[in-house]
Design a protein around this ligand. Structure first.
Ligand SMILES: NC(=O)c1ccc[n+]([C@@H]2O[C@H](COP(=O)([O-])OP(=O)(O)OC[C@H]3O[C@@H](n4cnc5c(N)ncnc54)[C@H](OP(=O)(O)O)[C@@H]3O)[C@@H](O)[C@H]2O)c1
Length: 288
């Protein structure tokens, strides 16, 4: 039997690289990891030619414009990649009968909730990045109603730039650090999400729709920084500050915890506790 192909876009990014690191137990699939240089998701003709050549059974879209603050002044580029690019993939997947998995964000919510966001809650982004991702979700489902969309939050990994790696570096360079303690959510170890995605692909039947995925627990960025500090045994002093004390070009939701009951139930999935995953990731970073 020939292997079914899984196309992973945005292969230079941290989620795609995390998927590449967990494919070993999935020998029945042929994985195609494609970087932006090899395949830009906004290039409709290039995407069509690629699909025509490889006939992927699944497409996991890890490509995105993810610079949240820069997006405030690069609106067109953010929408081009996060909305137009998703339309290209959604349409092409529909035309080729490819199952489409698209990744979205907690930043589609405004952060005014007092309880974890469920999939049906109203989408009301408060920054350009969130708006472009919300439009991407809309396009994914409009042009491909069979699509799966996974909203995730605070993604970190051994790869690229992320909060954990930045904190580890700053904690070794600085005596003091200020960290915001009034934005509440949950981190996501990209490796856990990668394994969840592959489980969803393996799962029978295919279950289209929107799902929320983050690690278990609820914390602030300050709590997260404190746990990182404890894990690396740093002497750096952490100060908790409020969002108002740390102005950024893009507004962030105050509360963006995602309720993960649906994905756990529908795919019989266990989600690790955030601190356990953090320890695992830091161990890997320290071994690099
Ligand atoms: N990181 C987070 O905290 C977070 C939180 C919630 C949701 N998410 C979502 O999770 C997904 C994966 O994020 P990530 O953290 O892995 O992001 P990432 O590390 O920034 O990776 C995104 C990748 O997409 C590439 N890309 C940009 N434009 C492209 C195009 N036109 N065609 C193909 N590839 C393109 C980027 O290349 P260049 O870098 O060269 O531009 C980069 O390699 C994204 O959908 C993101 O919105 C992330």
């Amino acid at each position: 039997m020939s292997k079914r192909t899984i196309l992973v876009t945005g292969a230079g990014g941290q989620l795609a690289r995390s998927i590449a690191a967990v494919i070993e137990p999935h020998p029945l699939y042929a994985f195609e990891f494609v970087t932006k240089e090899k395949l830009s998701i906004v290039d409709a003709e290039g995407v069509r030619n690629y699909f025509s050549d490889k006939q992927p059974a699944f497409c996991i879209n890890c490509a995105a414009y993810t610079a949240v603050d820069k997006a405030e002044s690069a609106t067109e580029e953010a929408f081009h990649i996060n909305a137009d690019g998703v339309e290209v993939l959604a349409r092409t997947c529909a035309a080729f009968g490819t199952k489409f998995i698209h990744i979205s964000t907690d930043y589609v919510f405004d952060g005014t909730s007092v309880k974890p966001y469920v999939e049906d809650d109203k989408v009301e982004p408060i920054n350009v990045y969130g708006q472009s991702k919300a439009k991407g979700e809309e396009n994914a489902l409009r042009y491909n109603p069979e699509a799966i969309i996974i909203r995730t939050s605070w993604v970190y990994s051994e790869y690229g730039k992320n909060f954990v790696k930045t904190m580890i570096r700053l904690m070794t360079e600085k005596r003091d650090l200020n960290v915001v303690d009034d934005q509440i959510g949950a981190p996501t170890y990209a490796s856990d999400l990668a394994e969840a995605i592959l489980r969803m692909i393996d799962f029978n039947p295919w279950k289209p729709g929107i799902y929320h995925y983050c690690n278990d627990g609820q914390i602030s960025w300050y709590d997260f920084a404190q746990a990182i500090k404890d894990s690396i045994d740093s002497a750096c002093i952490l100060h908790s500050i409020s969002t108002d004390d740390y102005p950024t070009p893009a507004k962030r939701p105050k509360y963006s915890l995602l309720d993960t009951s649906k994905i756990k139930r529908e795919f019989e999935l266990d989600i690790p506790f955030w601190k356990d995953s953090l320890k695992k990731c830091i161990g890997n970073i320290q071994r690099q």
